[in-house]
Design a protein around this ligand. Structure first.
Ligand code: HXC
Length: 510
């Protein structure tokens, strides 16, 4: 006869098997880890403390009363990542396809409530067929309870979603309301409805991969942020990523020791800008040479690559970096890049992460495609996000800062705290050629006169001195000293206090 203590061990072992060995083998055969194996990689060794291991569903319809699996398709609890507390849930596809029942939802809500109370991030490992169909409205209610908590937690504790299997219905709407979404290539999918329903409703034949695979969402739709090769890579990246984030909106940014000198000079940056304004260069080089040890975690690298967003550290403390990328569409601001950067800026502001902005932007992208799809409203999102942000804002203009895009990219007028320009900066309403063709239209037919006017315009505006003479640029700095200037600025701004007028919330142009 097993003793009482042995019985507990037995029941735990049963619960750990989830949907059983056959289904675990099927999960492995698809190149996927199980819910528990994933947590082992995500969390520090031995740090996971599970809750609600014996929770079961309460459904009696469609034969469900005969099938109870302890844990009910989701493993929940807390643990640490490099010593810092996180709350986690990991859906178990081997149990009813990871689908969400009322009780499954209650388990997720419980750890979300605790995370909110104590101020720690929530990481969700999603592998779920969505609402548990047999439960009907009870599972829909369960989802809505999760959604409500996603919203209440937004801006209070960071929420990270890893999509690690086929996720449908509610299983994608909850991640959509979290801060960041990572996907696994060729094995994770996100769709509101799967290919079968698509075929029935629209007659469209499409594979899971084309409909909602990692490339569909990290390249085309921008719904997800980063794609990884496999489960292990995604989980290890999540560990690195969490290291950059504050635990809550009140905790301040994490700080970790660095040997990288704060005043490290980078002489190679003095020649980063090509001789011709039309030749691109890679803005990643400036970012990598500015942040500690070149360690930069890029968000949405494959989507709207004309703007770069991501996290780095200066003197061991996290900063959010936003930078125009001259290598892609000349770094122009369009709908996708405005939305991408606006969301990033708002995340940083919500969590008190200082923002460093590197500017080389020829303006907003003109044309009917952009106008008819709402560039005015979408561009305004980025303008709005920068303008409302009260965190320390340091801006460095490396080359072009033209037109409305000059205003938008954390300009002095939007309460930029320290606005620097390299000597190569050109701050003007537009490029010289476009400008003279408008203001000297009558001379446009005479190439010589036009060339002279262009040279005149360039001499007047293709530099940072006009803006500096008005105080719109605080200082013209040497490119090689960018890291030093940014580090000094961030030190100065550490105790920055700035509050927006009281309001219930703003009305950002959604
Ligand atoms: C109950 C489910 C389930 C679900 C899967 N299963 N999804 N059980 N409720 N939602 C079960 C299957 O019956 C199967 O059980 C096991 O999980 C594995 O599923 P398979 O279909 O064999 O796996 P696969 O071929 O990999 O396909 C995965 C899938 C597919 C693409 C997720 O199962 C699927 O399309 N499921 C339904 C998706 C869906 O429409 N969900 C409801 C969305 S509505 P057995 O015992 O046969 O192995 C929703 C509303 C929320 O979520 C509100 C949002 C605002």
């Amino acid at each position: 006869m097993p003793t009482t203590l042995e019985k507990l061990d037995q029941r735990r072992a049963e619960a750990r098997l989830g949907g059983g060995q056959k289904r675990i083998d099927a999960q492995h055969a698809k190149g996927r880890l199980t819910a528990r194996e994933r947590l082992e990689i995500l969390l520090d060794e031995g740090s996971f403390e599970e809750l609600d291991m014996f929770v079961e569903h309460n459904c009696i319809d469609f034969g469900m009363d005969a099938s109870h699996i302890p844990g009910d398709g989701v493993v929940t609890g807390s643990g640490t990542v490099n010593g810092r507390l996180v709350f986690v849930f990991s859906q178990d596809f081997t149990v009813f396809g990871g689908s969400l029942s009322e009780r499954h939802a209650q388990k997720i809500c419980k750890i979300m409530d605790m995370a909110l109370k104590v101020g720690a991030p929530v990481i969700g490992l999603n592998d779920s067929g969505g609402a548990r169909i047999q439960e009907g409205v009870a599972s829909l209610g369960g989802y809505a309870e999760v959604f409500q908590r996603n919203v209440l937690a937004s801006g209070v504790v960071p929420q990270l979603s890893l999509i690690m299997g086929p996720c449908a219905g509610g299983a994608v709407y909850s991640p959509a309301m979290t801060d960041f979404i990572f996907m696994v290539k060729d094995s994770s999918y996100m769709f509101v409805t799967g290919p079968d329903v698509v075929k029935t409703v629209t007659n469209e034949v499409v594979s899971q991969e084309d409909l909602g695979g990692a490339s569909a969402h990290t390249v085309k739709s921008g719904v997800a942020d980063v794609a990884f090769e496999n489960d292990v890579e995604a989980l290890l990246a999540a560990r690195d990523f969490i290291d950059f984030l504050p635990e809550s909106n009140r905790s301040g940014v994490p700080e970790r020791p660095t040997d990288d000198p704060w005043d490290r000079q980078e002489p190679s940056l003095d020649t980063l800008i090509p001789a011709s304004a039309n030749i691109p260069y890679d803005m990643h080089e400036l970012i990598q040479k500015t942040v500690d040890e070149g360690d930069f975690f890029e968000i949405q690298p494959a989507y709207a690559a004309n703007i770069i967003t991501g996290f780095g550290r200066i003197e061991g403390r996290t900063v959010g970096i936003v930078a125009n990328q001259p290598m892609v569409l000349a770094g122009v601001l369009d709908i996708a890049s405005s939305r991408k950067a606006a969301r990033f800026v708002r995340f940083c502001d919500a969590f008190e992460i200082p923002i460093v902005t590197f500017v080389d932007v020829p303006g907003f992208l003109p044309g009917t495609a952009q106008e008819h799809n709402g560039i005015i409203k979408h561009g305004a999102k980025l303008l709005f996000a920068y303008a409302e942000a009260t965190v320390p804002k340091i801006t460095v203009i490396t080359r072009k800062a033209y037109g409305g895009a000059y205003d938008v990219m954390a300009s002095k007028h939007l309460r930029g705290d320290l606005n620097y320009a390299w000597p190569t900066a050109e701050i003007a309403v537009m490029g010289a050629k476009g400008a003279v063709e408008i203001i000297f239209r009558q001379e446009a037919k005479d190439p010589e006169k036009l060339a002279a006017r262009t040279a005149e315009y360039e001499a007047r505006f293709a530099n940072p001195f006009v803006a500096a003479s008005k105080g719109f640029i605080d200082e013209i700095i040497m490119p090689h000293s960018t890291r030093r200037r940014v580090a000094l600025g961030l030190r100065k701004l550490r105790n920055k206090q700035l509050e927006n007028p009281w309001k219930k919330h703003d009305n950002i142009p959604l």
